[in-house]
Design a protein around this ligand. Structure first.
Ligand SMILES: [Zn+2]
Ligand SMILES: [Zn+2]
Length: 335
């Protein structure tokens, strides 16, 4: 399965030795060096080749894929430590902060910070088996194995959805060596930049008709994604995905920032960092904007700042998920 190549800001966009065309007569190569500001960046080389259905369905299942990923990490850690899964909470606690970022191709890209503490949470030393290396190995293994199948639909079939084959996972340390929540906040804030509206990958309000889609101030690519979302949303098999309701976010129902409650102290820091990184100041009265982009879910963890006993940052690139699907392996890295 291939989602399709988009124009990108690589050294050269899509260089090929031989000029070749897709079945619709459009070139498969692009020798341009695109400026990031060019509207063409993130648009498919051929909209007819692009798999809009898979793109939207991936968005609609990203939350489930994430839940299974977290369970998988816990399971891998338990197995590596020789523990029954049910005993895991007696020995360790896994928590995370996650940021969803809309890329130029209007695909969600997930950045996550995963940490392992002792059973009492952030103030508790992790178990001896809970090394950074083991946590990273568990993250990588879970990313590779997790799969979600779309509900069967006669027109689409049943699509297996996965994360990409490439994961950028690395240990996260603060500058002075004493890892703390501020370091996590700084890391996450780098990626908490824009909601769907800011990147042009959607609108900030719900769309309630095809006319709304036609009138939305978005690129042809995003409009095609919205149209796909609306069309698939009319199929009874996909009713639980609420695709029409989430057309403005291209089927993605998740929050932009999701975190375990262990990270609650970083909320204020994130706001400040976000302003820093964007080179702008958020008006303090603008709570609604921040809240709509940065809602979080609790996971039953006790709140409180603490040291990161073992932390790692994992970058689950949606675009690389697409690359995995691509036959020629170049479907990824839109920007
Ligand atoms: Zn190009
Ligand atoms: Zn084509």
């Amino acid at each position: 399965m291939e989602l399709g190549a988009v124009h990108r800001t690589a050294e050269r966009c899509r260089p090929r030795r031989e000029r070749s065309e897709c079945e619709h007569g459009r070139p498969l190569n692009c020798g341009a060096r695109h400026d990031p500001a060019e509207p063409l960046v993130g648009q498919p080389l051929c909209p007819d080749c692009y798999d809009y259905t898979a793109h939207v369905l991936w968005h609609a299942h990203a939350g489930k894929l994430w839940d299974r990923f977290v369970r998988g990490v816990r399971r891998h850690l338990a197995t590596a430590a020789g523990l029954a899964q049910t005993r895991f909470p007696e020995h360790a606690r896994l928590s995370f902060a996650r940021v969803a970022e809309f890329q130029r191709r209007a695909a969600v890209h997930i950045h996550a910070v995963v940490r392992l503490d002792g059973p009492a949470g952030p103030d508790d030393e992790p178990p001896v088996w809970g090394s950074t290396e083991r946590l990273m190995a568990a993250v990588r293994a879970s990313v590779r194995r997790v799969v979600v199948r779309t509900p069967y639909c006669p027109a689409v079939g049943e699509l297996p959805l996965r994360w990409g084959t490439e994961v950028d996972a690395r240990p996260l340390h603060s500058q002075d060596g004493s890892a703390d929540d501020d370091a996590v906040a700084a890391y996450v804030a780098k990626y908490v930049t824009k909601g769907a509206t800011d990147t042009g990958a959607g609108t900030d309000h719900r769309l309630s008709s095809r006319d709304d889609i036609d009138a939305a101030p978005v690129s042809p690519h995003v409009r095609a994604l919205m149209g796909t979302c609306w069309r698939l949303g009319g199929r009874p098999e996909y009713e639980p995905l609420h695709l029409r309701r989430w057309t403005h976010a291209l089927g993605y129902r998740g929050h932009i920032l999701t975190k375990s409650r262990a990270y609650s102290t970083t909320y204020a820091v994130l706001r400040a960092e976000r302003a820093d990184h964007q080179g702008e100041s958020l008006p303090s009265s603008d709570q609604s904007v921040v809240a709509s982009h940065w809602r979080y879910v609790g996971s039953g963890h006790s709140p409180g700042a603490a040291s990161i006993a073992a932390g790692l940052a994992a970058d689950f690139a949606m675009n690389r998920v697409m690359a995995r699907w691509a036959n020629d392996g170049d479907g990824g890295d839109a920007v």
